[in-house]
Design a protein around this ligand. Structure first.
Ligand SMILES: Cc1cc2nc3c(=O)[nH]c(=O)nc-3n(C[C@H](O)[C@H](O)[C@H](O)COP(=O)(O)O)c2cc1C
Length: 366
């Protein structure tokens, strides 16, 4: 797609209110899915592997953009190294009342209180079953707002999607479903992971991209609004239960000083204002995990410098969402080429070598 066309499309979308703009973007991407052809090859220095899967580049689309699995292949075709659909819940649900998504254009931020609006497991499964058997597509699982047994909703997700998911994300960190984040508490998390992993282990090899162990990897996605003691507990349970990775982080309920957008809207804040907090939490998690499993860094990546900083803070892989809304497709190219030149400048021959090299400094406040 030409740069001029991409830039015109972005301006037109930003002129619409956030939800209609998002719908228009999904419809546009659905058209792209039909185009023949493959994505342009990535620089080999960007290739990496994590939880037994091989990625041609480390940049993924974060959960929440393609909630209903409508455009995973379009996103892969545009150059994302992987994408994550969802959050999906067993039953369809409408989410919170509109308006519930707000742009903070001067801050490159978004506040959302969507509340897991999605078409439910069956609709997403139908789409994933008919997509090509290639490319890395994770499935982000949540619980229905009025579920009587929330853990059972996650287990149901594993059962439903095990044959079509490259990996699973257990999302216990959305601020917009009351009580959901309580599942990050030590006892609740231990029980949740035990039941989810037991369900995962009861299935044989997934049909796409399952890792060498033959099991579909299960990752845990956490909030950035956690104390260091919370992180101690979460990482120790994650290690004990042998999960395959963690995603750090979801949106924040905090409001950093100096925001110029509508700070009084409730919901989760994402984008540039989330970068510092989520990167600090990432570094803290990295130090506690001691390389037992890989991490996906997400929160506020909006250029090559912030993408590289996440890697040095401890991320093996990256995800973004908000900056894509403001900067559009050109951002992917900018980040990928910027990563290659930064790795070369710092004398790293691979992405993996750079992972976590500034985690200690960030933790110590440097
Ligand atoms: C509009 C919107 C909807 C989101 N929905 C979900 C979701 O359904 N599940 C989830 O795990 N994260 C969701 N997120 C969080 C993102 O996946 C990501 O963790 C967060 O936005 C930080 O990344 P960013 O700063 O690059 O946007 C959503 C974010 C936004 C902006």
């Amino acid at each position: 797609m030409s740069d001029v066309f991409a830039s015109l499309t972005r301006s037109a979308l930003l002129a619409l209110p956030p939800e209609p703009a998002h719908r228009a973007a999904i419809l546009g991407l659905r058209a792209i899915s039909q185009w023949p052809g493959a994505p342009l090859p990535d620089d080999p220095k960007l290739a990496t592997s994590a939880f037994g899967l091989s990625f041609t580049n480390p940049l993924g689309m974060a959960a929440g953009f393609d909630k209903n699995a409508e455009v995973p292949d379009a996103l892969l075709k545009l150059g994302f190294g992987f994408t994550e659909i969802g959050t999906v819940t067993p039953l369809p649900q409408p989410g919170n009342a509109q308006p519930r998504m707000f742009r903070l254009p001067d801050d490159l931020g978004i506040i959302n209180r969507l509340g897991f609006n999605n078409q439910g497991h069956a609709a997403a499964l139908e789409r994933l079953k008919t997509r090509p058997n290639s490319g890395i597509v994770g499935v982000n699982l949540g619980a229905n707002k009025d579920a009587s047994d929330r853990v059972a909703d996650y287990v149901s997700g594993i059962r439903t999607f095990h044959a079509v998911a490259s990996y699973f994300t257990v999302n216990v960190s959305s601020p917009n479903t009351p009580g959901l984040r309580d599942l990050q508490g030590a006892a609740a998390l231990d029980e949740l992971l035990a039941r989810v992993l037991e369900a995962r282990d009861s299935f044989g090899r997934g049909s796409i991209s399952s890792n060498a162990s033959g099991k579909v990897p299960v990752l845990l996605k956490i909030a950035p609004d956690l104390t260091l003691e919370n992180l101690d507990d979460i990482v120790s349970i994650a290690r004990k239960r042998c999960i395959d990775g963690m995603i750090v982080s979801n949106t924040t309920v905090s409001r950093p000083q100096g925001l110029r957008g509508p700070v009084d809207e409730s919901g989760g804040l994402s984008g540039r204002p989330l970068f510092e907090l989520s990167t600090k939490v990432l570094a803290e998690v990295f130090l506690r995990v001691e390389r037992q499993f890989p991490l996906i860094g997400v929160g506020g990546i909006h250029d090559a410098a912030t993408a590289y900083a996440k890697i040095r803070a401890g991320a093996d892989l990256l995800q973004l969402y908000s900056a894509f809304v403001f900067k559009g497709l050109g951002l992917l190219k900018e980040i990928k080429s910027g990563l290659v030149s930064r790795l070369a400048h710092d004398g790293f021959t691979s992405l993996a070598e750079a992972v976590g090299t500034s985690a200690r400094q960030i933790s110590e406040g440097g």
